[in-house]
Design a protein. Structure first.
Lengths: 165, 585
């Protein structure tokens, strides 16, 4: 019974999201130039841009699907895979790179069992790379959600990450 | 007019002329890679950079109109070094396995590297090879050969308005693919092959049937019949160094016989048959006034385009199959019967200026004979390759004739190969069918030529028949949108009959034409078809003696039940996401 309840609950949630998406699309209907704005709003709703959402936006704004896909894959901001509850980003800007950013990334990949741009199965973490967050004095830096961590050591890294449920 | 100096040579060109073309007038060739005479310059490759005195930086010659009094330098030491470096960078990530590349000897990058005298490449890519996309029945895409020049995406989105190919990802990972990286076979691609003929390198080419055709030819148990599309006879010569548009009908028959085809027949025969069936359909729709305008159905690129983007026009489509498929249905029935050959032994091969025909022959409904009606489709390029493999030089061939039963044709059939040809051929016969006498002037000039959408009005015994002709996906889209509007707002369209071809110029500009083609060559091929039309004894499809025999002996009459079973077809509604069939109409 519990599973069934969960199921219908998730379904209802999804239906609600698609309802909201329809409103977003309505706002930008037939306006190809507002594609990025519409995608931005859609991603805020779903947390990422599943294929069905891309298809609906393409149709609603009268933009070809290949163009929508081109824009989504061009901009780092857009994601086509579900994101975890916590977003771990390792900085690989020049300063962080020379001070061991790459080693941090490798460590995180090993410990979390995922590669950059992937999400753990339990959806607890998404791992990503950023190119400079303006914290070069604190290199190597790491970003978890909105929190910045500086002078991160590979030995201490997982302690920090594990604080995030 | 603009006066300027290029490398100290005076030039005078009309305002707006790019430095690239102005330099050619001064007899300097600025090397280019992404630039193409029929496309809008995009400046992606940067090979054509030049220096202009008094203007800082470098300018791309393809995109910069020549200015008054400018002093332009096109080949300074600095520019030559920059160009070399740019090409070396491209080569560093390009799969340079040239000897086994489909474009070996026809590659613009290869030619450029030779022109610029590049003899070493100092950098090498660390990227792994990407998988080759073989998902499409018609077109193969090899991303390892792609140099990201953008010609294919420009033709796919601007010229054809299909938008199957786009630039995806970015930076070093940039790749040109269909949406979701699902492959061209799972996209809205209409298989027209315009991307193929515009690609400067070997990143796009046809899904080859050469090996399968050789196997069939070399199998003593198989009886291999071959048909050649109208446009092929004015195209194949180019594969052997002849002038564009050289008519090689007789030599083509001789060459095909010599490489081992058991019966050399002609698609032109079934083009005449298409006219009889489609013309009869037009006459009956003109009489009843139902489902007008009638729209032609010869171009398989157009068919998939219509099924995907304009499936509400399905009731307006002619149900007549394309000449290739009519031929296929007859080869394994009528021809087999008359010649006493078991149909299962017949292998039916067609030679087409087209890549979409490869998709068409594999459509599940194209099995009217009980077998796949057309087994293999070769492009003009592929048959050129096969003839060279077999050591045959088309130049040295005698003029021969096609075999009987499915080989005879009229002038109306041969002009099928160029835009407006099907329309003109159909009107010649429809006039006769309605009025009972022949059209006074057989040449219908307003539907000829390469300009945009063409219109004409023909008076058939007081009935004013308005026709329109579109060639390219973009024009087809504009014309269909207009017709949709008229049908929606006025309940009927101003047009009675519409011809659509998916490729600019019609079949003479198809995706299966020789490498290095452009609109000028397409025009010359078209003129050559009109010349052949004028030279033939019969110029109206209904005058074709073999067609008369076919109806007497086999089909009964046009649009008969047997005709419908063998020669007519139906269409599907397709998804604008992946081009898949949604529901049968």
């Amino acid at each position: 019974m519990v599973t069934e309840n969960q199921c219908s609950c998730e379904q209802a949630q999804e239906e609600e999201l698609y309802g909201k998406l329809q409103e977003v699309i309505k706002e930008h209907k037939g306006k190809p130039k507002e594609l990025i704005m519409a995608l931005h709003k859609a991603q805020n709703l779903f947390g990422y841009l599943p294929r069905k959402v891309q298809e609906m936006v393409a149709e609603g704004l009268n933009v070809s699907l290949s163009e929508v896909y081109g824009v989504i894959t061009f901009y780092n901001f857009f994601s086509t895979a579900p994101q975890g509850r916590n977003n771990v980003k390792v900085c690989l800007g020049t300063a962080c790179y020379v001070r061991g950013g790459q080693a941090l990334l490798k460590k995180a990949e090993k410990e979390l069992g995922i590669k950059a741009d992937e999400t753990t199965e339990d959806r607890r973490y998404s791992l990503g790379i950023v190119r400079c967050i303006g914290a070069c004095g604190l290199a190597p830096a790491m970003l978890i959600n909105d929190d910045v961590y500086g002078r991160v050591k590979t030995t201490k890294m997982m302690e920090i990450i594990k604080k995030y449920e | 007019m603009i006066k300027a100096k290029i490398n100290n040579v005076d030039v005078e060109v009309p305002e707006g002329t790019s430095i690239l073309w102005a330099a050619r007038k001064a007899n300097f060739t600025i090397p280019t890679l992404c630039s193409h005479p029929d496309l809008v310059p995009g400046g992606q490759c940067g090979i054509c950079v030049v220096e202009i005195e008094g203007i800082p930086g470098l300018k791309r010659a393809c995109m910069t109109p020549l200015g008054e009094g400018w002093k332009v330098h096109t080949h300074t030491a600095r520019l030559m070094e920059i160009r070399r470096q740019l090409v070396e960078l491209i080569l560093s990530y390009h799969d340079t396995d040239c000897l086994t590349c489909i474009k070996n000897n026809n590659c613009e990058l290869q030619a450029l590297a030779a022109t610029l005298g590049i003899n070493t490449v100092e950098w090498h890519s660390l990227e792994e090879r990407l998988p080759i996309d073989r998902s499409s029945a018609a077109i193969v895409r090899d991303p390892n050969k792609c140099i990201l020049c953008g010609r294919c995406t420009q033709v796919c989105s601007n010229m054809q308005t299909v938008n199957a190919l786009a630039v995806n990802h970015r930076g070093y990972s940039t790749v040109i693919t269909a949406a979701f990286d699902m492959g061209l076979g799972n996209s809205v691609c209409i298989n027209c092959g315009q991307c193929v003929v515009h690609c400067p390198v070997g990143a796009l080419y046809e899904n080859s049937h050469i090996e399968k055709v050789w196997d069939a030819i070399h199998d003593p148990d198989k009886f291999v019949v071959v048909q050649e599309a109208p446009a092929v006879r004015v195209m194949l010569g180019e594969e052997f160094g002849m002038e564009p548009g050289t008519l090689v009908t007789g030599k083509m028959y001789a060459a095909l016989r010599r490489i081992g085809f058991d019966a050399v027949l002609d698609t032109n025969f079934s083009a005449d048959l298409t006219i009889i069936e489609e013309g009869t359909e037009l006459v009956s729709r003109l009489k009843t006034g139902k489902n007008l305008p009638l729209i032609t159905s010869c171009s398989p690129g157009w068919i998939k385009f219509m099924e995907t983007f304009f499936h509400d026009m399905i009731p307006h489509m002619s149900t007549a199959k394309s000449p290739q498929q009519m031929f296929g249905a007859l080869a394994k029935t009528y021809f087999a019967e008359q010649r006493g050959i078991a149909p299962e032994k017949i292998v039916s091969v067609s030679i087409m200026p087209c890549t979409a025909k490869k998709f068409e022959c594999q459509r599940p409904e194209m099995r009217a004979s009980g077998f796949q009606d057309v087994d293999f489709v070769l492009t003009t390029r592929e048959i050129g390759r096969m003839l060279r493999e077999a050591g045959i030089d088309l130049n040295e061939m005698p003029d021969e004739k096609a075999d009987s039963l499915l080989g005879e044709y009229t002038g109306a059939a041969t002009i099928f190969g160029t835009t407006g040809g099907v329309m003109e051929a159909a009107l010649r016969s429809a006039y006769f069918l309605v009025a009972g006498r022949e059209l006074e002037s057989i040449d219908i000039a307003p539907v000829r030529g390469l300009k945009g959408i063409k219109e004409a009005e023909i008076d058939i015994d007081g009935l004013k028949v308005k026709v329109a002709v579109a060639h390219s996906g973009g024009q087809a889209r504009r014309l269909m949108e207009k017709v949709q509007d008229q049908l929606r707002n006025e309940g009927k369209s101003e047009y009675h009959f519409i011809e659509v071809m998916a490729c600019p110029g019609g079949c003479v500009g198809g995706g299966g034409q020789s490498w290095g083609s452009n609109m000028a060559k397409r025009a010359r091929r078209g003129e050559s078809l009109y010349a052949e039309d004028r030279s033939l004894q019969h110029r109206r499809s209904h005058e074709n003696p073999s067609i008369k025999v076919l109806y007497e002996k086999f089909l009964g009459k046009p649009n008969s039940e047997k005709s419908h079973t063998l020669l007519h077809t139906h269409y599907y509604k397709r998804s604008t996401v992946d081009g898949d069939i949604i529901a049968e109409q």
